[in-house]
Design a protein around this ligand. Structure first.
Ligand code: FAD
Length: 331
């Protein structure tokens, strides 16, 4: 019997979050090392997938699409998601279950692992298969100072969440057309949860993970007012604002903007680190950005070891200059 590698898809407004395609790309790579492996994309929706959605999941690497349908799946519903995934996992017995380490993935996967009586490695940054067919799950440990590789030889399924922007989607379309199944599970759930309100993130609060330019600030900005320059810069170029952890801990900005080990991983085309020292836990979340520009008054700051362009000087002053220059170009 074929061994299923599941990717739990994350739906966003009639399409899928980029992390779904990243995981399908990685699943295809590891499938090569497992005899008879099939990559199955598991979607949880309130209706049939459109032909375009199926085609996209197919060309991004799915052999099979398992679309679980329930009226509650218009939005994330914890208990219904859990019960639905639990029931189909028991039926299909997958070898591996992967989900993005988004809020949804981080919420559902630990509960699913517990109910399937198996382990879970959260927030992985690397995946591979060993000679015995075990999934090697690599993630930072001990405050980001070491990388730990974990395997689960005695239990199945092997489960992991993976940070978005860690892997790349397939560069070429997958040649097979995925087989599409619809599953309407009968779920015995008492209505313990109720959706009271859904608040959408506004356009100007662009996600740091989806932006091509991220302006990040650290303690070297010195005061919260200086974050406003970063926000203005981000608005000017359609980018997003990131931050180091101390700024989030001081409540200058929300956790959704934190870059790093205990925040988010970003991979923009341009990452600007203003007044950030370059601690290993911060660098873990931004080092794969295409171009890194660092601004720091200390010429020996570790951030310069990772940057393509380094500017030595006062962060607020340099950001002001950059803001004036960009505004002039725009006008
Ligand atoms: P600092 O390290 O204090 O650096 C400030 C920098 O600003 C210095 O380099 C200084 O030279 C420069 N500076 C000062 N004044 C100016 C000026 N006027 N102009 C220009 N430059 C100036 N950190 C994260 O960022 N993200 C995480 O997800 C994260 N997770 C963590 C998880 C764990 C388990 C642990 C233990 C730590 C974590 N940290 C994280 C914290 C991390 O170790 C650092 O403490 C943090 O990144 C430092 O933030 P910073 O660079 O803003 O501040």
């Amino acid at each position: 019997m074929s061994k299923h590698i599941w990717v739990i898809a994350e739906k966003r407004k009639g399409t899928f979050h980029s992390s779904t395609y990243e995981l399908l790309g990685k699943a295809r790579e590891i499938a090569k090392k497992i005899p008879d492996a099939l990559v199955a994309c598991v979607t949880l929706t309130n209706r049939s997938l459109t032909p375009e959605m199926r085609e996209k999941l197919s060309e991004q690497g799915s052999d099979v699409i398992l679309n679980i349908i329930n009226e509650k799946f218009e939005r994330f519903d914890y208990l219904t998601y859990l019960k639905a995934l639990e029931s189909i996992a028991e039926k299909f017995n997958p070898e591996i279950i992967l989900a993005p380490a988004t809020t949804t993935g981080r919420t559902i996967m630990p509960a699913l692992a517990a109910s399937l009586k198996t382990g879970l490695t959260a927030d992985c940054t690397g995946l591979d298969i060993d000679n015995d067919g075990n999934l090697l799950q690599t993630r930072p440990a001990i405050g980001g100072n070491i990388m730990a590789t974990i395997k689960t030889p005695n239990h199945r399924p092997q489960m992991a969440t993976i940070r978005p922007k860690t892997f790349n989607p397939l560069t070429e379309k997958y040649s097979k057309t995925a087989i599409y199944h619809e599953i309407i599970p009968i779920l015995d759930i008492s209505d313990k949860t109720k959706l009271i309100e859904f608040k959408e993130i506004s356009e100007d609060q662009k996600s740091i993970q989806d932006s091509e330019v991220v302006f990040s600030g650290g303690k070297g900005l010195r005061k919260p007012e200086n974050l406003e320059i970063l926000k203005d810069l981000a608005k000017l170029v359609g980018g997003a604002v990131g931050a180091s952890r101390p700024l989030v801990d001081s409540k200058w900005i929300g956790h959704e903007n934190q870059v790093g080990l205990s925040g988010h991983t970003v991979k923009p085309k341009i990452y600007i680190a203003a007044g950030i020292s370059g601690a290993v836990q911060h660098v873990a979340g931004m080092q794969t950005s295409d171009i890194i520009i660092a601004i720091n008054k200390d010429v020996n700051a570790p951030i310069f070891d990772y940057s393509d362009i380094g500017l030595v000087g006062d962060a607020a002053e340099i950001l002001e200059m950059l803001h004036r220059a960009l505004k002039n170009i725009k006008e």
